[in-house]
Ligand binder design. Structure first.
Ligand SMILES: Nc1nc2c(ncn2[C@@H]2O[C@H](COP(=O)(O)OP(=O)(O)OP(=O)(O)O)[C@@H](O)[C@H]2O)c(=O)[nH]1
Ligand SMILES: [Mg+2]
Length: 218
């Protein structure tokens, strides 16, 4: 590839990200006008994003009207898991894309009656890298990893921790069978972003789910 071709690719990439940021701001504005609290869950494949959303829903779905957007490459497994709780869920299949982007969210905003919604949860595609480039326009971003991904998962993937508001270290019910120092993982996250709220959870036993809910809704 010539230097000219390389600089064209870089320009296109910058345009794509700038367009995403602009549309994310529009999404944010509409959601704020409608007084919808919106939370974007990003994180590793299988870290427990859907399981945590389910645990939250079990506690708050009587009080709030919730819509969940589930981003996934192919299946609608996660949306089906959510809808079993009597909550509306929209599955977005991204195909070859490894992250949701603000256009996906804008389409949901355009095509659904959001007057009936208090809270929007967005579950991004399981990936610790791609979503860092694509903000969606949500109020808060929560990054989720679990202790089964090993002790260095946070240190190795700093990007999403830099740009998130809350970090969740999940599956702490497995602490006795995993050779992982959770305190060290917390220190890694604090070092990357001193402003992060860090919460250790178990979606299985529901340990600290109340703490997480308090952080999400303030
Ligand atoms: N032991 C334990 N298992 C968990 C916990 N949270 C999730 N799991 C299990 O981990 C597996 C993956 O959980 P999911 O909720 O599907 O994870 P996810 O992050 O949504 O996965 P993707 O959407 O595929 O990226 C399932 O078998 C869950 O039951 C937890 O806190 N403790
Ligand atoms: Mg999931």
């Amino acid at each position: 590839m010539s230097d000219k071709e390389i600089s064209k690719v870089i320009e296109l990439n910058e345009d794509l990200l700038a367009n995403n940021d602009r549309l994310a701001e529009k999404n944010r504005k509409v959601l704020n006008e409608l007084k919808i609290k919106s939370i974007d869950f990003v994180g590793a494949i299988g870290a427990g994003k859907t399981a945590l959303i389910e645990a939250i829903i079990r506690r708050v779905s009587k009080e709030y009207r919730i819509l969940v957007i589930n981003g996934d490459v192919t299946t609608r497994i996660d949306a089906d898991r959510i809808s079993k709780h009597g909550v509306t869920s929209i599955q977005i299949n991204t195909g070859r894309e490894c992250s949701l982007n603000s256009y996906h969210i804008s389409q949901v905003i355009k095509n659904h009656d959001l007057q009936q919604i208090d809270i929007l949860f967005i579950e991004n595609v399981g990936n610790l890298i791609c979503p860092s480039d694509f903000i969606l326009g949500a109020d808060k971003r929560v990054v989720i990893v679990s202790i089964t991904e090993g002790p260095w998962v946070i240190r190795k993937h700093p990007m999403l921790f830099k740009s998130s508001d809350i970090a969740v270290i999940n599956k702490i019910d497995l602490r006795d069978v995993m050779d992982v120092n959770i305190e060290e993982m917390i220190k890694d996250a604090e070092k990357i972003n001193p402003n992060l709220k860090i919460i250790t959870t178990s979606a299985l036993t529901e340990e600290n789910i109340e703490k997480l809910i308090n952080e999400l809704f303030i």
